[in-house]
Design a protein around this ligand. Structure first.
Ligand SMILES: *Cc1c(COP(=O)(O)O)cnc(C)c1O
Length: 423
């Protein structure tokens, strides 16, 4: 399988090349040149997540240097539970938050780390992963790459702009992971990363790569849990489920669209966004209009210009075909709060604000089978959740053990020479 750019102005590349490059040279995003087709029967006898994953992703790895390692990569990356729980007659919830940093980004980050560490193994110089984060992504990436040989990670986050628990998840690793608190805002962190990629000293002295959400190595593994959940649901009920997906940058939802296209037993896809409305308005018939993001309680979905929209539009023949295939609803902060407050009584569940967006959308849909995607553990957002439910949220064991690790960071000015001085 070869991978091509959404902008069609770069040569096609191998999977390994696409993983190492991140972005295509023409500025586009890598997509598979074609999507393989599967039938339910192709997965007969496969139950475990890593087994289903290896079967699903085999066509994408075919002919690549990593092909022989795929089964092992799936085992390594997907080493935590992805339970599908029944909430009521027609509603299930797919919990993606049982990984080391308690959010679904662990799946993509761990898979990418397993791939890149194999590709970096033979190189004379270590691979340097630079990651700017406003909170969640950096923790998942740091955890995934921690102690991977021949790779170093440098996490940049805005000083004083992340929650205490988020900061701990960025700064508790040590070894090959370093955390820099930048005196500035998130955009400054992103600019420092961009400047480093363009800087002669960095180009000469480091082998740079990025692990942000546009890397194809984060999208491909996300298809695995859609395949598993839809197959499990189908085997149990004989019915195709629809998915309700909390959406920001469209990476998680894109994986579901690809899985649907590939023939997995998925009935339909419903996107759930917070008050950031570009996707909802576009699907409602207006032109594509990115906007500055607005802050909401579901902050990991505060995106006004979703980067994966380019891949979504590439998947469909034209915008009308996309509007026919996918629906979306937007939920405001008051509805998020109400859904969290009512969740305990209605379902005996505590939802994180992102999951609550999807849950609220599900409640507006007809009584056909739906799987709601739960993207983070509520203990990560205790400052929002606890006052609403009037009791503490229990911290899951993975997060608890992480909070016990000592934390360390270096504070720097928002200038590249400050970061360079620390090398
Ligand atoms: C990143 C994130 C999302 C949004 O996922 P996208 O792939 O950007 O659409 C939703 N919920 C949580 C908890 C996240 O961290």
């Amino acid at each position: 399988m070869k991978f091509v750019s959404t902008r069609n102005a770069s040569p096609s590349v191998t999977l390994s090349q696409a993983l190492s490059d991140g972005l295509a040279p023409d500025g586009g995003l890598y997509v598979p040149e074609a999507l393989p087709r599967f039938a339910v029967e192709d997965f007969v006898g496969l139950e475990r997540v890593d087994e289903i994953g290896a079967r699903l992703l085999a066509p994408f790895f075919e002919g690549d240097a990593l092909a022989d390692s795929l089964a092992q990569i799936c085992k390594e990356a997907l080493n935590f539970a992805l339970p599908l729980k029944r909430l009521d007659e027609q509603t299930s919830i797919l919990e993606l938050f049982h990984g080391p940093t308690a959010a679904f980004k662990d799946v993509g980050a761990r898979f990418l780390a397993s791939c890149l560490s194999r590709l970096a193994a033979g190189d004379a110089r270590p691979l340097t992963i630079l990651v700017a984060t406003s909170g969640d992504t950096g923790g998942a990436v740091a955890s995934a790459f921690h102690q991977k040989p021949n790779i170093e990670v440098q996490v940049l986050y805005p000083l004083g702009k992340v929650s205490p628990r988020q900061e701990h998840q960025l700064t508790c690793w040590g070894d090959n992971v370093r955390a820099f608190a930048v005196r500035g805002v998130f955009d400054d962190c992103q600019r420092l990363v961009k400047d480093a990629f363009a800087d002669p000293w960095w180009r000469e002295n480091k082998r740079l790569s990025s692990a942000n959400s546009i890397n194809i190595g984060r999208v491909l593994p996300q298809m695995i849990y859609y395949a598993c959940a839809s197959l499990w649901h189908f085997r149990q009920s004989g019915q195709n489920a629809g998915f309700v997906i909390p959406t920001g940058n469209l990476g998680n939802a894109l994986a579901c669209m690809w899985a649907h296209e590939m023939g997995l037993p998925i009935r339909e896809i419903m996107l759930a966004t917070n008050a950031n409305r570009p996707i909802v308005d576009f699907l409602g018939g207006s032109g594509w209009q990115p906007r500055p993001s607005v802050s909401t309680l579901a902050s990991a979905m505060d995106v006004g210009d979703p980067s994966n929209m380019e891949r979504v539009r590439h998947l469909f023949a034209d915008d009308d075909a996309l509007r026919t295939a996918i629906r979306a609803l937007s939920v405001d902060d008051a509805m998020i709060e109400e859904t969290i407050r009512d969740g305990l009584e209605r379902y005996r569940e505590v939802f994180c604000p992102h999951t609550a967006v999807a849950m609220c959308v599900r409640e507006q849909l007809p009584a056909t089978p739906w799987i709601v995607v739960a993207t983070a553990h509520p203990a990560k957002f205790e400052q929002i959740v606890e006052p609403l439910i009037g009791r503490p949220v229990e911290i899951p064991p993975a997060l608890a053990s992480l909070f016990e690790r000592p934390a360390h960071h270096v504070e720097i000015a928002a200038q590249l020479n400050a970061l360079t001085g620390e090398q």
